[in-house]
Design a protein around this ligand. Structure first.
Ligand code: NAD
Length: 447
């Protein structure tokens, strides 16, 4: 495996050519990275500002199906060209741009990113990478074939405490890990009925373009746009897809996991409209250098999560952080709150100090945490731009984030079969239970 520090230390600007598309290498080092942004309201606005804060970026184009969001973003970047249809934007300006940032609802991540990659553009795509497993595999393949720079929008991946936890686990501080428990009490599910009727589409929204490749349905206020789509099966991925991606990321990365062998989700029966409001997902992964023979992983979300469990008991009867992960190893446990808190080492039910400097001396981390969201969040975005410029290497490229996303999506699919253990064949990309295979993909609507 390539060690990022050695990569950065040992590569001259010419030595890194394999990571860059050769067709525009010299252009890239001499000019600014011209970006086009798809989805500029909500998180897209934060993505836009963080990408634009890199001094080698020129924001070239903005695209949104909501004219209010587009106009607002346009005020910040008055020279940018404005579009409401990403297909027209890419057709018209693909020769003028280097990178595309995709910050739309989940169901549009793959269609927009794939089109951008087909035009040979580097892509920063929000999390979870895709809405379907088949799309995640396709995006990884396309990025590799075209040798493009890619990054998934899990900015906490580049935060101090998460990087430190990864170093601690890899150092063997708690020995081989047999289990991870992760939890989030947020509720990005919806147990209610599908709403009846329709509301007038606001004049600032293009509903057909918002639906994109998803099947047609009437517009209802406050049900889909903005933000609420993440609760609904045709557009989002529930709490697992929303928060799980962030909270899974560090254990997934630290333990060098691949996709799981079995998955079981204890939740309510599916209703084909909203995701369950509570999920209890059990994964079993094949073992790695950092785990016992297999690794068990429990994810809990929704109100009241997590349930009481001996492995989640803290010294001094301390309260668990609201969201986070616990690694259970042969020699102790490591608690990783989500987020911006130091990981805590627990041995024999006592907190144990560790010397941060012995874990940070590989040069990737300072000894003092930054602990400022604004100051840390740009790191992940700048890493993407610097990689486009040949000066860095992305740490959440599609080769990594597609596997993490696939893992999350397998848990989401298991929610269609409450209480049933599904067996996943990684090499065939299929479940042994054929009835589950139809959820790996979904036909695209022509729009
Ligand atoms: N990394 C993080 O911390 C983080 C935080 C929040 C959201 N997100 C991710 O960001 C993405 C957007 O989430 P959000 O909460 O901002 O949603 P949102 O609904 O509030 O905003 C989405 C924006 O995309 C626009 N849009 C929708 N379809 C479009 C299309 N086809 N073309 C162009 N624009 C389109 C919408 O009009 C809106 O402006 C999601 O994937 C979400 O998971 C990430």
């Amino acid at each position: 495996m390539i060690n990022r520090r050695n990569f950065l230390k040992n590569t001259s600007i010419f030595g890194i050519t394999p990571f860059l598309p050769s067709y525009n290498f010299f252009n890239l080092i001499n000019k600014k990275i011209k970006t086009a942004h798809i989805g500029v309201g909500g998180m897209g606005k934060a993505d836009l500002n963080d990408i634009a804060s890199h001094k080698k970026v020129e924001v070239y184009a903005l695209c949104d199906v909501d004219n209010k969001a587009l106009v607002e973003a346009g005020k910040l970047f008055p020279n940018a060209k404005l579009f409401k249809d990403y297909r027209k934007m890419l057709e018209n300006i693909h020769e003028d741009i280097d990178a595309v940032i995709v910050s739309t609802p989940d169901h549009t991540h793959a269609p927009a990113s794939i089109m951008a990659m087909e035009h040979n553009k580097h892509v920063y795509c929000q999390k979870p990478l895709t809405h379907h497993v088949s799309e995640a595999r396709k995006m990884k393949k396309l990025a590799e074939e075209k040798n493009l720079v890619t990054q998934m929008g899990i900015q906490v991946h580049s935060f101090y405490d998460y990087k430190l936890a990864t170093l601690l686990i890899k150092s063997g501080i708690i020995g081989k890990v047999s289990e991870v428990r992760a939890w989030c009490p947020k509720n990005w599910g919806y147990d209610g009925p599908e709403p009846n009727g329709s509301d007038l589409v606001p004049d600032y929204l293009d509903w057909n373009l918002w639906l994109g490749t998803a099947k047609e349905r009437p517009f209802k206020e406050k049900v889909y746009h903005p933000g609420m789509w993440r609760k609904l099966v045709d557009f989002g991925c529930g709490t697992l897809g929303d928060m799980g991606v962030h909270i899974f990321d560090t254990p997934y990365n630290a333990l060098d996991l691949d996709v799981p062998m079995t998955i079981k989700n204890k939740c309510r029966k599916p209703n084909n409209f909203g995701f369950p409001e509570k999920n209890y997902v059990e994964y079993v992964f094949p073992g790695t250098e950092y785990t016992t023979e297999t690794l068990k992983w429990i994810w809990e979300d929704g109100k009241g999560s997590p349930k009481k469990h001996k492995d989640l008991k803290l010294p001094n009867n301390d309260k668990l952080p609201l969201q986070g992960a616990m690694f259970i190893g042969e020699k102790g446990r490591l608690l990783l709150p989500h987020f911006m808190e130091l990981p805590k080492l627990i041995v024999d039910n006592q907190y144990k100090n560790f010397d941060v400097s012995t874990f940070v001396d590989n040069g990737e981390l300072s000894e003092i945490p930054v602990r400022d969201y604004g100051k840390e969040s740009y790191l992940h975005y700048h890493q993407f731009i610097d990689t486009c410029l040949g000066k860095d290497e992305c740490t959440a490229p599609f080769s990594y984030s597609s596997r993490l996303t696939e893992t999350i999506l397998l848990g989401v699919i298991a929610g269609r079969f409450p209480g049933k253990t599904l067996h996943w064949d990684n090499s065939k990309a299929k479940f042994a239970e054929d009835e589950a295979n139809k959820y790996l993909d979904s036909p695209y609507r022509d729009f």
